[in-house]
Design a protein around this ligand. Structure first.
Ligand SMILES: *[C@@H]1O[C@H](CO)[C@@H](O)[C@H](O)[C@H]1NC(C)=O
Ligand SMILES: *[C@@H]1O[C@H](CO)[C@@H](O)[C@H](O)[C@H]1NC(C)=O
Ligand SMILES: *[C@@H]1O[C@H](CO)[C@@H](O)[C@H](O)[C@H]1NC(C)=O
Length: 404
């Protein structure tokens, strides 16, 4: 697109954002937070002994540029949350995890590592534990916590037909709880220093399409064009980032959505002939990414002492699909694990359903990329190694900036 077109689009979007006309959203989109679910899902309780001994802030970590990595999101980055929930969206059985470091299922929706595993390594941090999978002691959380839950969306009820999940808003609440716990344990100054230097990685939104908009839940398609739906999603993300900012978060990575119109499930269900992606779906995703990138720019102007970047997974994925042979992939449409055309019909539930070598496949299962793709995505977020996908800068440059 040339710059006048981009400028015109921005003016158009700004006009929409500035309009006082309040869009009416269904109450369930907004009120879900009061659900009784949250009662069962609060942090693992702290034992009295843990809370009574203030933890001394380990000086070794303060020399690291980034003391901790916190992860918020859906199955793209879930590392075990859903193992503790009553849901169909679980990855706690082989072949999930078969190529992971431990060769065991962990709850990651992948044959191996998810992008935040690669990024933790880049940051010199251990793999980040899942919030529900650790003891709740500050020692366990000092290098970061992963709150991501498969099936979760920005909208509370996205994905609820699968069972329990921890929605975006609930995850932010859990983050706030963690920060309070840090403050109680290490004191306000040390906690603020830790939180403001840590990276918060947000990867969410596909389930608002997969399990909400595209399924026409609550007649949503008749009530909202994709444009207003995307506005709602992006506005919610913006508000939650502001809430994080209020809790002293200063470094945020907002991940765009992948081209789910190319996922084996949609190739199968939309009866793609030769593996062509479902353009109608990808167009909506592109638009959401555009609006997300825009709100990240807005936030950067509003919260001047924060570093917030947007990384476009769509762009990176399309580059991999187009240049698959250069990247070493020769299977770009079929999942490694599943049944039916494109292996998109039945989800991956047993080792016999999986191909023998996942590393020449783009897709691991109906919806999730392979470890090989996650490695490329993480390299791009980190340094733009294969393609520059982060705006206005990549993660490495973001954390290399001098503290202001
Ligand atoms: C969505 O669902 C409603 C009824 O629940 C139906 O009237 C409408 O036609 C559906 N929209 C699409 C695009 O399928
Ligand atoms: C992909 O390459 C592998 C070997 O590198 C080969 O065994 C396999 O048959 C190829 N698959 C396709 C669909 O070309
Ligand atoms: C799997 O495929 C990759 C990429 O084609 C190749 O480099 C690797 O050697 C293969 N591994 C096995 C065990 O065949």
């Amino acid at each position: 697109m040339n710059s006048p077109v981009i400028f015109a689009l921005f003016v158009f979007i700004s006009a929409l954002f500035l309009q006082p006309r309040a869009l009416q959203y269904p109450q369930e989109l907004i009120n879900g937070y009061q659900s009784d679910l949250i009662g069962d899902l609060t942090s693992p309780t702290m034992s009295p002994s843990q809370s009574r001994h203030p933890l001394t802030y380990p000086t070794a970590t303060s020399s690291l540029p980034v003391p901790a990595l916190f992860v918020i999101g859906d199955s793209s980055v879930d590392c075990g949350t859903n193992n503790f929930l009553g849901t169909l969206a679980r990855a706690d059985r082989l072949p999930y995890g078969r190529d992971f470091d431990t060769h065991q299922p962990t709850g990651r929706f992948c044959n191996g590592r998810i992008p935040v595993d690669y990024l933790a390594k880049r940051l010199g941090l251990p793999f980040v534990p899942s919030y529900l999978g650790q003891t709740g002691s500050v020692e366990d959380m000092i290098h970061g916590v992963n709150y991501a839950s498969a099936g979760a969306g920005i909208i509370f009820s996205s994905g609820s037909e699968l069972g329990q999940h921890i929605s975006f808003t609930q995850q932010i609440q859990q983050v706030t709880d963690t920060i309070q716990q840090f403050t109680l344990n290490m004191g306000e100054d040390a906690a603020t220093k830790l939180i403001s230097n840590s990276v918060f990685y947000i990867s969410i939104g596909t389930n608002d399409y997969i399990h909400y908009y595209l399924r026409n839940v609550s007649n949503v398609q008749s009530l909202y064009l994709p444009w207003s739906f995307n506005q709602f999603l992006a506005t919610t993300v913006k508000q939650e980032i502001k809430n994080l900012y209020t809790a002293n978060v200063r470094k945020v990575v907002v991940m765009g959505l992948p081209p789910i119109g190319c996922a084996p499930y949609y190739l199968w269900s939309y009866q793609s002939e030769n593996g062509e992606c479902v353009q109608m779906i990808n167009d909506m995703i592109l638009e959401l990414n555009f609006v997300l990138r825009y709100i990240v720019e807005e936030l950067s102007q509003e919260l001047i002492d924060a570093d917030i970047i947007f990384c476009d997974v769509f762009e990176a994925s399309m580059d991999i699909i187009k240049n698959n042979d250069r990247y070493g992939f020769n299977v770009t449409t079929d999942a490694c694990c599943g049944l039916g055309k494109y292996k998109g019909w039945i989800m991956c539930i047993s080792p016999e359903m999986a191909c023998s070598n996942a590393s020449n496949h783009l897709w691991w299962d109906q919806f999730h990329p392979t470890d090989a793709v996650n490695a490329i995505l993480a390299d791009n977020v980190w340094s733009g190694l294969h393609t520059e996908i982060c705006y206005p800068m990549n993660l490495q440059n973001m954390i290399a900036q001098k503290a202001r």
